[in-house]
Design a protein around this ligand. Sequence first.
Ligand SMILES: [Zn+2]
Ligand SMILES: [Zn+2]
Length: 412
Amino acid sequence: MRRAIAEHERTLEKDHRRPDLTTLSMSIKDRTEPCYSGASHLHRLECGHTVHTEQVSLCGRNCTTPITNSTAFACTLCERQKMKQSSRIRYRSPRVSELILPNFPLFNQSHVPVIMRARGCDIAVVTSSKYFFVPSTPEDIAAYRVNNNRRLEGLIEDVVDVAKDMGFSQTTINGITDGLGTCVDHQHLWVDATYEQLAAMVLYLSAVRAGIEQPGMLNQLSMCVGASMKGIKQLLPAVSKLLIDRSARLAIADFMQTFEKTCPAYQKHSKDLARLQLKLWRLVLNRCLFPFEFIAANWRHIVTSCIYAVTTVNDVYFDTEEISAAIGARSPSIDGEDMNTYLLSIIVDDKAYQIKAMNTKARRRRKLHARYLRCTGRHVVATAPAPALAFPLHCGFGSLSLHDHFDTLVAW
Ligand SMILES: [Zn+2]
Ligand SMILES: [Zn+2]
C-alpha cells in the first residue's frame, strides 16, 4: 500500500491543478458535526484530533464534550506518535501527513480486558470549518500528503517575503524557515495550531529576538500570513521554548565541531562532551533552574556556562570569553561568572557528568556483555562487541557516524 501511495504522489506532483481535496471531502452537516448533541459520525477528542466512525456513535469519555461512563476512542494518531517516541518504529516526523501512512504496526489492545478496550475509529482530517475527509484509500492519502506539502511550501514562500519586508538578513530568514519546519515537525505539541499560526508566531518571536517588536505586531503578522489569532497567544511560550531549545542544540553542536578542529587531542571525547553539555542544558530548560523569561533572554549565556561547566569538570579548560564569542553571546553577561559557578556547583560531584565515569560504566557494560556472550556460548561474536553497547541504549550514538551524530544532537 505504501508503494501505491508513493506512485499516486508522483502522478499528483506532476499535475499542478490536482489534488483537489474538495472532491474527496464531505461537508459537515448535522450528523457529522463533531460530537453533535452527544452522538455523531465525527468526534473531536481531547487530544485535539478528530476521528470518524462508520455508524453514528455516542461520545466517548475522551471527547471534548465527554460522556463520563462511555468507552474511550482509540486515537490512532496519538498511538502512532507514542510508537514513534518509544522508537518502536524508525524515525518519522510527527506531522499528521506522516502519521497517516498505513504502514504502522497495529495498535495492540489484546492484553487489555475486553470491557476496558478503547473503541476503534478512523482518522478524520478536518480541512475547513465546513469540510472533512477520511483518508483511507492510497489515492486519498496521496492527495492529502501532496496537498499538505504544497500548502507548506507556499506558506514558506510567503514567510520569506514577509521576513524580507521586515528587513531580516538571509541568515535570520534561514533561521525563520528552519524554525517553522521545527514547529511543523512537533505538531503533536500543538495539534490545534494551523501552519499559518505557527508561521506568524515564528516571525513574531524573531522580531522579539531582534528587539524590533511593536504593540500589535503579532496581530499584523497573523494577517500577513492569513492566520487566525484564536488561541495563538496561549501557544507563544511553548513555541518560544521549542525554538530556543533548537537554537541552543545547534549552538552546542556547532561549538563542538569547531572544538574538534582546535583541540585535536580531545577529538575522541568531543561526542561525549557534547552529550553531557546537552544533558546539562536540558536540565536547565526542563527543570526550569532559571525563570523561563531569563532563559529566553539569556540562552546563549546559559549555553556558554553549560559548555564551560562540563568541560571544566572534565579537565578541559576554556576561557569563558572564547566560548561566548563562538556561541555569539553578544557581551559577557552580568551574571556570567555567577552562572558558571552555579552550574559548575550542580554537576561538580555528579559522576554522570564525567567522561571518565561514563567510560568506566561503558567498559563494565562491555565486560558484562562479553561474559553474557561467553555464557550463552556465542564467544565468537564477543571479540567484536556491537559498538552501540558501549553507550547507554537510549542514546545509541555509538553506531552513528559523526555527521549523523550531530544531526541527532540537533534533532533531539
Ligand atoms: Zn464525541
Ligand atoms: Zn489524538
